[in-house]
Write a protein that binds this ligand. Structure first.
Ligand code: KIV
Length: 276
């Protein structure tokens, strides 16, 4: 008998479905995931969109920023997630310097997310003219793109740190302009990260495509959180916008301690966990 390939058994949500969600007044629930078991859980929970974010640089790899994440690493993680998702739309995040340097490299790299890793779309940061040009070129080639404006972590050094963006009027106006330009270039959704609630509402009303917020308040068309933040796996202080829906870090620590105690005391394995 031949091995059964892991092809999506049920129709996944498409970019058309997500675009239509805004018109229908249906909010988009999204989360990041970086591997097969996590993506399977997210998919089973009914997430509309799973982003394989370059936040894996900080959440998984232990870096202080997302800048060291490579294209090969993103493709590796995206492929795991795409194998698990049966319904959610899978978006692969383009890491630092894989789209900034020029249109041709950007297109070739974006194409790999769809052709090799099984993503249905890519995400890239920024609404400045170069980013908008890349988005337009990708969309023209049939690659759906999710935009990302406001706090764009790949520009951490240019922003002077991870700071809320768009507080000053001129910055707020720029962010609205950028979101409109990202939409005009053909993006199907846009992440609004780290901006005041009032500005997120303004952007959401200014564009016809859905906005998906993280640290941008309740008026966005959808929300996204990072897996480790959402589940209480992030050690130390989490940003104000994070609501941990579980305390898995504590639960894991308790379980590991109990196991260690059992091994040290000779009570594991017991008769139930032994072949007689
Ligand atoms: O990399 C990521 O996970 C992201 C989300 C925070 C939107 O860009």
């Amino acid at each position: 008998m031949s091995a059964t390939p892991r092809t999506p058994p049920t129709p996944r949500l498409t970019v058309t479905d997500l675009r239509a969600a805004k018109a229908a007044g249906r909010r988009i629930a999204a989360v990041t995931a970086y591997d097969f078991p996590s993506a399977r859980l997210a998919d089973a929970a009914g997430m509309d969109l799973i982003l394989v974010g370059d936040s894996l640089g900080t959440a998984l790899q232990g870096h202080a920023t997302t800048l060291p994440v490579t294209l090969e690493q993103m493709l590796y993680h995206t492929a795991m997630v795409a194998r698990a998702a049966t319904r959610a739309l899978v978006v692969g995040d383009m890491p630092f310097m894989t789209y900034q340097a020029g249109v041709e490299t950007a297109l070739a790299n974006a194409g790999r997310f769809l052709a090799e890793a099984g993503a249905a779309a890519v995400k890239l940061e920024g609404g400045h003219p170069a980013a908008v040009e890349r988005i337009r070129a990708m969309v023209e080639c049939g690659i759906p793109v999710m935009g990302h404006v406001g706090l764009t972590p790949q520009s951490v050094h240019a922003m002077g740190g991870f700071r809320v963006q768009g507080k000053a009027e001129a910055d707020a106006e720029r962010i609205v302009r950028e979101a409109r330009a990202v939409e005009a270039a053909g993006a199907f959704t846009i992440i609004l990260e780290g901006i005041p609630e009032k500005l997120a509402k303004q952007v959401t009303e200014a564009v016809a495509i859905p906005t998906v917020g993280i640290g941008a308040g309740v008026h966005c068309d959808g929300q996204i959180l990072v897996w480790h933040d959402l589940l209480g796996l992030t050690e130390g202080r989490v940003p104000r916008f994070v609501k941990p829906y579980a305390q898995l870090g504590r639960a894991i620590r308790r379980a590991l301690k109990a196991y260690r105690t059992d091994v040290a005391g000779g009570t594991f394995p017991g008769p139930d966990h032994t072949y007689h």
